[in-house]
Write a protein that binds this ligand. Structure first.
Ligand SMILES: NC(=O)c1ccc[n+]([C@@H]2O[C@H](COP(=O)([O-])OP(=O)(O)OC[C@H]3O[C@@H](n4cnc5c(N)ncnc54)[C@H](OP(=O)(O)O)[C@@H]3O)[C@@H](O)[C@H]2O)c1
Length: 317
């Protein structure tokens, strides 16, 4: 039987703590399918958890070695009893095991079929692995902000994994979208239909005028500085959880409506995102696909905070 390489966190710490272990290929239980994973998405939460930071690390600290990874795409290899949603060899994508089970950084993983969406042939398995967590965070942040056509929406970090999808959804909702990024990404962000603003200019939000909604994907002082350009009644959705309470406290002192968010997997929403990609209405940006053996490099890249779109691991390399 071929072995199942998976990446594990045995101890919290630097990227070099990540290990690759061999294990048996698991058997799907009732309601599950066995997925041969093609690509796993790398998200900032994986990196923070590996470092021992945040609530996922707190919850998993007695559960090590633990395999991170919430975003997968791949092919259905076996069905457990009672699983009927997919046929063998169907291509699937999923936001799996969130928050405690994880397991996406594996060559083979058993997943409840209810967590998976079918990938049509016109979408690549790479795009399919890039969308689940980031796409749903973008969609849920904009839903929570209740954006309305004609409103002005500012997205901090418009070129990142969540940001580039949020920009496209907000543009499609007919809002006027501004998005911050580095000078290197201005042209890219503009190509998505937003007005890119170089965050090296600390006053870059000053010229916008009235801002209805701020989608904060950076957090901390960057968010607090950006809120100085809002008005009483403006809404802020602050996505990085570690600084959410302090950002919301500042918002409330300024008469701004501040809300944090914790993304929730929702397979119907994932299916809708897949349809939008298939229709060409959302373009997924993938900066780099690394072999799973290079997971340390992938985590270091995410830690720079400078990824454009998504970083993926090729789990069959
Ligand atoms: N609450 C939740 O449920 C939830 C869910 C998903 C993500 N998150 C959090 O949300 C944040 C964003 O996630 P992500 O996946 O989009 O991260 P990401 O892909 O790693 O973000 C990288 C992007 O951030 C941009 N950036 C860095 N510093 C910036 C600054 N000062 N101003 C504007 N842009 C800046 C970079 O742009 P340049 O390269 O142009 O500098 C890069 O494109 C992370 O903190 C993540 O942990 C929370």
């Amino acid at each position: 039987m071929p072995s199942n390489a998976k990446i594990v966190i045995s101890q919290f710490g630097a990227p070099e703590q990540l290990e690759i272990l061999d294990s048996d290929i698991p058997s799907p239980q009732e309601g599950e399918v066995l997925v041969k994973v093609s690509y796993a998405g790398v998200n900032p939460i994986d990196v923070k958890t590996r470092a021992g930071l945040g609530w996922a690390a707190q919850h998993n600290k007695n559960n090590l070695p633990w395999t991170p990874g919430y975003d997968i795409s791949g092919v259905v290899l076996k069905q457990g009893e009672g699983s009927r949603k997919f046929n063998l060899n169907d291509m699937v994508t999923g936001f799996i095991g969130f928050p405690l089970r994880g397991g996406g950084y594996s060559q083979y993983v058993c997943v409840p079929e209810s967590e998976l969406a079918l990938v049509p042939e016109d979408i690549s398995l790479k795009a399919a692995a890039a969308i689940p967590l980031a796409g749903q965070t973008a969609a849920q942040a904009l839903e929570k902000a209740q954006i309305q056509s004609g409103e002005t929406v500012v997205i901090l970090a418009g070129a990142g994994g969540v940001g580039h999808i949020a920009v496209q959804i907000a543009v499609a909702a007919k809002t006027k979208v501004y998005a911050t990024c580095s000078a290197d990404n201005l042209e890219y962000v503009n190509s998505l239909g937003a007005t890119g603003l170089d965050y090296a200019n600390t006053d870059c939000l000053k010229e916008i005028g009235h801002i209805d909604v701020l989608i904060d994907l950076v957090g901390g002082d960057t968010a607090i500085q950006a809120m100085k350009h809002l008005h009483p009644g403006s809404r802020v959705i602050t996505v990085p959880t570690i600084t959410a309470s302090s950002v919301c406290e500042h918002a409330s002192q300024m008469g701004i409506i501040g809300m944090g968010i914790l993304v929730e997997p929702d397979v119907t929403q994932l299916e809708e995102l897949v349809k939008l990609i298939s229709a060409g209405m959302i373009k997924v940006e993938i900066e780099q696909v690394l072999n799973y053996q290079d997971v340390v490099t992938a985590h270091k890249k995410i830690e720079t905070g400078r990824a454009r779109g998504k970083i993926l691991l090729n789990m069959q390399s």
